[in-house]
Design a protein around this ligand. Sequence first.
Ligand SMILES: Cc1cc2nc3c(=O)[nH]c(=O)nc-3n(C[C@H](O)[C@H](O)[C@H](O)COP(=O)(O)OP(=O)(O)OC[C@H]3O[C@@H](n4cnc5c(N)ncnc54)[C@H](O)[C@@H]3O)c2cc1C
Length: 418
Amino acid sequence: MGSEFKTYDLVILGAGAAGLMSAITAGKRGKKVLILEKSNKVGKKILMSGGGKSNFTNLYVEPKNFISANAYFCISALNRYKPDDFIDLVKKHNIPFEQKKHNQLFCVNSSKDIVNMLLKECDDVGVEIITHCDTRLIKPLAQKGVKRLSNQTDKMRYEIKGIFSNSNVDFWFLTESTIIATGALSIPTLGGSGYGYDVAREYSLELLNRRAGLVPFMFSGSIKEISDRLSGTSLEVEVSCNDHKFLESLLFTHRGISGPSILQISSYWLPGDSIILNLMPHDDAQSLLLNAKKEKEGILLRTFLSKLLPKALVLELQNLWWSGFSEKPFAELNNKLLMSIGANLNRWELKPSETEGYRTAEVTLGGVNTDGVSSKTMESINYPGLYFVGEVLDVSGHLGGFNFQWAWASGYTAGLYA
Ligand SMILES: Cc1cc2nc3c(=O)[nH]c(=O)nc-3n(C[C@H](O)[C@H](O)[C@H](O)COP(=O)(O)OP(=O)(O)OC[C@H]3O[C@@H](n4cnc5c(N)ncnc54)[C@H](O)[C@@H]3O)c2cc1C
């Protein structure tokens, strides 16, 4: 087992969205930049994002689209690097893209276009990228008093050990600055890792509780069975929890519920909380049913509701709420029962047993407390030259391109200073 030493102005850990953007920005400033990536290829989450078409940004990005213990932290970086800046880059590379609902921008062809664009930009400014390298031991040189190397300048502040899965030589990288862009815990098979938190702990930065966000809900008992039977059925709902609500589609799955509305609200849900589903968000269901009773006396309630909701769902609701009256025409249903069904349609309270967790979560909520990091530079306040960007920080976006915009913006900001 041998050892080799190399020196850089900047070593970035993690070749994901934030790491690549940091590298491009620092490279444009003439810095000698190296990215160390643990897995076999770069930008795995970008490749998988947006169903393979990457929802790479959103036309309207505001601080209210982000969740963080410090709601103001993200503002400076988001102002410094805007959606238009990334769109200009996409246009420069002639990548076809399209606007979908809620101002979300997607590639027309493939998210590979975004990764290739970032790699080309890295290449243009001489960024070196090494994959298969698990990084360990980031040590501040000043405190270690390590033996000086002939190519080590006084500016070198950190020493990083790289362990290669395809070599038995350990590499030591000496660098003036290091950016932690190792992402977070979601989807380990796509590079999800807690390494950034280990570094934060080593440098006494506080960690805020982490949990899965933008993640489907699971249920036990009868709601799990209903979800299983309805698997594949979708409809537009308004879902609310803890004073937040989202009007988007819901999808029943074998395990529970998913779809954009559910992923969004999951970021505000805590274990034990109920969520409220409004299955008829554009109607007052009680008035609708009472009026319909007058006009459609002879028809069955399920026939009426099946014109407004998926038929399979109506049959399940019938079993839950009016099974004893399922064959009675509207005229024979008393107003009290209709009022109760109407109330449930607008406020169906469900208690998820848990989320699907990091296995399928798009983001990790919580993370490195931003109190220990400068919002202007992303540099840690107590350790000059140590930067944190992207999802490892306690900043998580809503669904819709906001998480990538945070990765681009925070990466760009650190790249300007590191
Ligand atoms: C399935 C899926 C779909 C998504 N779709 C979208 C979308 O369409 N739009 C959107 O805005 N957001 C989307 N997101 C969220 C978005 O992908 C993340 O918020 C974003 O990738 C975070 O960027 P990052 O650079 O901080 O971390 P990552 O992109 O996760 O990059 C971190 C990198 O660090 C590497 N790494 C980890 N540990 C080490 C180590 N010890 N040493 C070296 N390297 C290491 C990892 O392998 C990885 O390559 C999606 C997420 C998932 C999981």
